[in-house]
Design a protein around this ligand. Sequence first.
Ligand SMILES: [Zn+2]
Length: 66
Amino acid sequence: MADAKVTRLRPVRPCPICGKPSTQAFHPFCSARCADIDLNRWLTGAYAIPEEADEESGKQDEGGED
Ligand SMILES: [Zn+2]
């Protein structure tokens, strides 16, 4: 990896999870964490977890963690 003339041919797309610039390693996410978050969301939606009347921890809408 000694390319000195590497230029950005394509615009960096923001991470769909947090909005940070995505990285090649975790494209289209910025990190493994965001990729994991998206995966979980996807799985959750795909499997449509049945309602388990589990209302002890309130809601977990957006992982607004900083
Ligand atoms: Zn991200």
